[in-house]
Write a new protein. Structure first.
Length: 297
């Protein structure tokens, strides 16, 4: 499937070039959501469509019944993260990215399997990607970077819309850290993510009730998101650390470059972890661009 053949070049240009969060309200190509959206009394939040090639078909007969919340391990905004998801070297993606401002970017059609959960199991069922929707939340993931109200409210409304559209029960809203295997392999969403508030907010929206008030969170005094820090554990490798804290083993070279003084990994070392994609894009500058190559599926 090529985006050109589904949307047409002029239409796609109009959708992707517009910077307004209200520019793209319809489902992306191939999602087949029109009837469900029309029948839903929970409105679909507006989003911008920035496609990723990193997806494939869901297993035959598999239905969407789970929503997985992630954090991006980055100070980058949603559009920059979407550019990373476009890069052929990344080989990861999610269906949605929610910016700190509440702006939503959509990268993979809902009816396709995005590559967000990796090795995973939920309620005894493996391969969570096959039956879930992945939502990336822009956050450094260091338990200090706050989740602003605008962002949390956007997460709530998006998740509520997905729950209503696909009949996802509240108990099947989960975090990446709770489905990744082996247990403890991931830490997203971070400890300061307002899990109870967000889940309760989804329940409120589905019930037609207003969201309860939430104080606007603030960064700790002197907080600098330029780096995260990680203390090495027995058996760590560069790629394994990258998989755990940057959600992609391909990015192990970035951690090595950020710690040139560390020649051999030993337990107890403190490593700097990058919170941007600068080193990644220096090594892998080519993205898929707007139209090529063809999206798979």
């Amino acid at each position: 499937m090529r985006l050109r053949t589904r949307l047409g070049l002029p239409v796609l240009l109009a959708l992707t070039a517009c910077g307004s969060p209200f520019a793209v309200r319809q489902a992306p190509p191939g999602s087949g959501l029109a009837a469900r959206v029309a029948a839903s009394d929970v409105p679909q939040p507006p989003s911008e469509w920035i496609p990723s090639p990193h997806f494939d078909s869901r297993p035959e007969g598999e239905r969407i019944d789970t929503v997985v919340w992630h954090h991006t391990s980055s100070r980058a905004d949603a559009r920059r993260i979407a550019q990373y998801f476009q890069n052929p070297a990344a080989k990861v993606s999610s269906h949605y990215i929610v910016d700190r401002t509440g702006y939503i970017v959509r990268c993979v059609p809902d009816d396709k399997r995005s590559w967000h959960a990796g090795k995973s199991t939920f309620h005894g069922k493996p391969n969570v990607n096959g039956f879930s929707i992945g939502i990336e939340i822009a956050n450094v993931g260091d338990n200090q970077d706050p989740y602003p109200n605008a962002q949390v409210e956007a997460i709530i409304h998006l998740t509520a819309w997905l729950c209503r559209t696909y009949d996802v029960p509240l108990e099947r809203i989960t975090r990446h850290r709770d489905v990744a295997i082996p247990a403890g392999r991931k830490n997203d969403t971070s400890d300061n993510y307002p899990l109870a508030y967000a889940t309760g907010g989804v329940r409120a929206v589905l019930a037609g009730e207003p969201l309860p008030p939430r104080p606007e969170p603030a960064s700790p005094p002197g907080y600098d998101p330029t780096w995260r820090f990680y203390t090495t554990q027995p058996g760590d490798t560069w790629d394994g650390i990258a998989d755990a804290v940057l959600d992609n083993p391909v990015r192990g070279f970035e951690i090595r470059e950020a710690n040139p003084h560390v020649k051999v990994l030993r337990p107890g070392q403190q490593l700097r972890i990058p919170t941007d994609f600068d080193a990644f894009f220096r090594r892998f500058p080519a993205g898929i661009g707007l139209f090529a190559p063809a999206l798979r599926g």
